[in-house]
Design a binder for this molecule. Sequence first.
Ligand code: NAD
Length: 411
Amino acid sequence: MTHAASKSELFFHQAADHLGLSARFRVLLLAPERDVKVQVAIRLDNGEIETFIGYRVQHDNARGPMKGGLRFHPQVDEDEVRTLAQLMTWKTAVVDLPYGGAKGGIAVDPRSLSKGELERLTRKFVDQIHEMVGPDSDIPAPDMGTNSQVMAWFMNQYQTHHGFQPACVTGKPLELHGCEGREEATGRGVVIVTDRLMHHLGQKLAGKTVALQGFGNVGSFCGKVLHERGARVVAITDHRGGVKNANGLDIPTLLTYAQKNDGVAGFPGGDPMTNAELFASPVDILIPAALGGQLTAETAPSVRAKYIVEAANDPTTPEADEIFLKKGITVVPDILANAGGVTVSYFEWVQNRSVVHWPLEEIRGRLETRMSTAFDAVWQIAQDRKVPLRTAAYILGIGRVARATELAGVS
Ligand code: NAD
């Protein structure tokens, strides 16, 4: 491959090679439409002023309004937000939503702020970016460090500028135009595609052993639905530690414990474990559901799982991906595996715009269908072109965006 590409763009170019895209067209597809960095200064509870940096990157709108999460995390920076915005463009295309991709964030540790400080930070950020976002242009959603409360503040502040606009953001509380099943959607979607992978391999998810990194929004619902479908979750780590039990962790009890104790560390129903041990666990399925960049040239050689399902965004470096390919480990890529969240966000947006409310069972049914259809399409491309699932997912996503771009033309 001859292109000078950043690490995160290598996956793009592998697929673009298959699609025969020209160098000029690649530049058009890769460059973000708009990339904004703002100063977000707030008064802390102690009276002092603290300044944070906020980002919103709007990557592509060829297929519709741009969609992507809002992350509050100390490691948020321009590069990370740009990479994640691009991933959103391919992801919304893989699950065939009428959206493009965007991402935003503030470099802040939300745990270090009081609720009032967090609210002021969110509202100030909205004041800075409200002209560039909206139901027809760019629709934020929760991501790491943000939740339905942050989305409620976001909507309320946006409405002070633009009037009644519940579709300006998704992942809102149920009492404020939110959607049934939004919170569980990403974790549930991860399990739906894992189930589908097993189906295509002529195997069953029930009875499979799983190691899970991260037990936040995505990880906890992933664990819950895996448990419901009969898989055995034997290892979990989070930011404070980890726990393992070869007979399977009691997930319902662990969910209550983790909520009370700010994490899984010290859970009496298992033994302690580290991330390094988790990656090297002799399990069927490894699910990274925490930070990006966890599976690297250093950690990948120790992985013993047969399948990796990327619940987190961008958890695998290209070097690690190469190692997994050589070891015969099948990787279900992030842009397919964790698309359940944006899919149910789309359902929320549709309901907000139609002023209707769908019941939970309808949301779950629609999610199951959409995720399974996307998995089957990616699987078929992988079989036809003899490529890994990641390349197949990029071929599907980039192919759809490229076609829409070509059809629309440049004004
Ligand atoms: P979250 O903040 O709710 O949870 C993150 C989890 O990761 C926590 O359990 C935390 O303890 C754990 N963690 C942090 N540092 C760790 C470390 N060093 N080792 C082990 N665990 C660690 O975030 P989330 O919403 O669950 O998101 C997790 C991942 O999923 C992110 O990569 C995010 O971009 C991705 N994602 C989230 C959604 C969504 O709907 N929330 C959708 C798509 C993708």
